[in-house]
Design a protein around this ligand. Sequence first.
Ligand SMILES: *Cc1c(COP(=O)(O)O)cnc(C)c1O
Length: 354
Amino acid sequence: MSLILLNPGPVTLSPRVRRALGRADLCHREPEFAALQSGIRAKLLAVYGLDPAQWAAILLTGSGTAAVEAMLCSLVPHEAGLATVENGVYGERMTRIARAHRIECHPVPHPWTEPPSSAALAATLAAHPRCTRVGLIHHETTTGRLNDVAAFAATAGGVPLLLDAVSSFGGERLEFEGWNLGACAATANKSLHGVPGTAFVIARRELLEDTGRTVYLNLVDYCRAQDAGTTPFTQSVQTFYALDEALNELLEEGGWQARHAEYQRRMRTVREHLIGLGVEPLLPDGVSSCVLNAFRLPAGVPYAQLHDGLKAAGFIIYAGQGELARTLFRVSTMGAISGNDLERLLVAFDRLLR
Ligand SMILES: *Cc1c(COP(=O)(O)O)cnc(C)c1O
């Protein structure tokens, strides 16, 4: 039996994306590959209606973290510092990446279950005038919180945001100009419904800088090569096929707005059903994403018991991370999930939790 994945990526594939994986073998130095790559880059910009003269979609072979690392390495100038807003695993990971590359980094830490504070960011920027970039997570997958990017953009003044949109790109609203983004990092295998192996950065072209910090993750090299129809290194051709098909599917279905509405329907169904079973969501509705919600494990139900019971019924949920591992479970709405799948999920929850 094939499992329905309710973890935050990789996702359950649609039949057409799965079929795309089996297309003809292709050399990454041939014109057919150049056309595939250019098509994906154009479609990624089209998802949020971005102008190709201002913005570049840069494709990498790696997971979402590779895109985040490439973004921080290639968009923080040497004389600049980076303030990182932390309220979960992924914000803290930005700080680790910056420090690994000896980037001057000033974290703005928060407890994982708290909304991050723009006043705390303002204080950090005032104390460290060299901070001319802000690193922020859009959807903090640790807890399911959608951070208020607009508020941070206002606090940052003219300082560009480097946004981790790995788990929101394609499923949530993103305002590239309104939020003064310098770049955002994302991946094929979350809300875009592709397979793991391709990640990307959408960068404001004028901010890309060859900092010399990295070879494999140097976005200036990738961008120059991809603008010329080539690639500096071997790309994961089959995952490109899948991403291209996944983008066709997304755009045909009505773009991010239609996907967002579908995720909202799914999440409302799951959330209301679980509340009816006495399960408490970690966060209020208004601050939660539609991509993933976290719930408190009911007393007397260890995570392994819930996970294994759902797995036997055909569903994979996700544990909490770090300090939240023993108290939470998480459910994501991404991927090819039918109404019938959702109905079966609710029945399985009834059997395990009632
Ligand atoms: C999934 C995710 C990542 C990247 O994780 P990988 O395992 O490297 O794909 C980064 N940030 C956020 C917010 C994520 O949800």
